[in-house]
Design a binder for this molecule. Structure first.
Ligand code: CA2
Length: 146
């Protein structure tokens, strides 16, 4: 069976609780459920994990090798700072799609740079939680048999 890992970084456990004008009203549980439903309707499995700790995100990326067909990753603030996460993505062969809920390019300048995008399969920004589903659809499409 095909499997995807949904990985969310620091503070995204607060989704739907604060700052709805930037991040929307859906909770992380809502996002995980809707993504799981979409994937299960195609016979795929989803595992979801959120952490506020860089090292735990690195361990999850390492653990994805050989286990998942793709990782959908919102690295949150670590996007803009983390050489360690970039190296972790480079160290695995599983494709990673970087997702951001907000349009980082319309926000503060420090959010305009991603340390991770150059080593990711692609990057989706500014489409809210739809971005996670678009990432999932991309993996479904790219793994079509026949
Ligand atoms: O737009 C995104 O998805 C971000 O990855 C979200 C990060 C931010 O640092 C990035 O620049 C862009 C912040 C996640 C914080 O999430 C919250 C959710 C609800 C309330 C407060 C923060």
């Amino acid at each position: 069976m095909n499997r995807l890992l949904l990985l969310n970084g620091p503070n995204l456990n607060r989704l739907g609780i604060r700052e709805p004008s930037i991040y929307g009203t859906e909770t992380l549980k809502d996002v995980e459920s809707s993504l799981r439903m979409l994937l299960e309707s195609h016979g795929w499995q989803l595992d979801a994990y959120q952490s506020n700790h860089e090292g735990e995100l690195i361990d999850s990326l390492h653990g994805a090798e050989g286990k998942y067909d793709g990782v959908i990753f919102n690295p949150a603030a670590y996007t803009h700072t983390s050489v360690a996460l970039r190296d972790a993505i480079s160290s695995i062969s599983v494709p990673v799609i970087e997702v951001h809920l907000s349009n980082v390019h319309a926000r503060e300048e420090f959010r305009h740079t991603s340390m991770l995008a150059p080593v990711c399969r692609g990057q989706i920004v500014g489409l809210g939680t739809t971005g996670y589903r678009i990432a999932a659809l991309t993996f479904l499409e790219e793994n079509k048999k026949g």
